[in-house]
Design a protein around this ligand. Sequence first.
Ligand code: MG
Length: 239
Amino acid sequence: MCGSCGCGGADDGGHAHEHLHPAEHGGTVTLEQRVLAKNETLAERNRAWLAARSVTAVNLMSSPGAGKTTLLERTVGELSGRRPVAVVEGDQETMLDADRIRRAGCAVVQVNTGAGCHLDAEMMRGALTELSPVSGALILVENVGNLVCPAMFDLGEHSRVVIISVTEGTDKPLKYPYMFAAADLIVINKVDLLPYVDFDVDLCEKYARSVNPDVGVLTVSATAGTGMDRWYAWVAAQD
Ligand code: MG
C-alpha cells in the first residue's frame, strides 16, 4: 500500500520501515506527512543541484495514453539541435519509452517504479546523477501515467505540465483538481482528432481555470506538429 499518497499502489523499499511501524509515528496522517516532508527536503536539494548547473527540468504528467512520449519524441527531435536535451522516463515496468526516446536522438534514463505510482525526488536525483547533464541542458521528465499521485511529489523541477488528450473527458480538471491545480501549463493534445470526438476545448480550459486561474493552456497535436512552436516557446521561457 502506498501510504504516501493513499492510492493503493506499493511503495518502494526506502519507506519499508515506516510502513511496518506506522503506529510508532502516530498513524497514517503522520506517516504521509513524514514521507512528503522527506521528499520535500530531497526536492529542494535537486532544485539547488539543477540551479548550480544552470539545468532546467520540466515534469510532464498525464493519464496513460495522453501522448507524453509522442510529445517528447517530437520535442527531442526538434529541440536537440538547438540545445542539449535529456529525458527521464518513469514507468512501472519496461524500457519501451526509453528506447523510443533514444531513437529520437537524446540521452535518456528509464526509472522503473515497480508497483509504485509516481516518481519521487530520490529517483529524480539518481536519474540526474546518471545523466550528468551539461550546463544549459533541458531535462524533460515523463512521470508515471496517472493523474493522482505524481501531483503530490515535488521532484525539484522548475515547472509542471499536465497533458490531457481530446480522447479523454472534458471534465478531467474537475475530477482530478489536485493535479490541475499543481500545473504551470496544461497541454491539450491530439487536437487533430477533434472532428471525431466529443471534447470541448473551451469548456476544458474553463474547468482547468476554475481550479487554477492563472494556468497556461496550449492546444497541440504532437503527431501532426500543430501548435508545437508555442510549446517550444513556453519551454524556452522556463530557463
Ligand atoms: Mg509514455
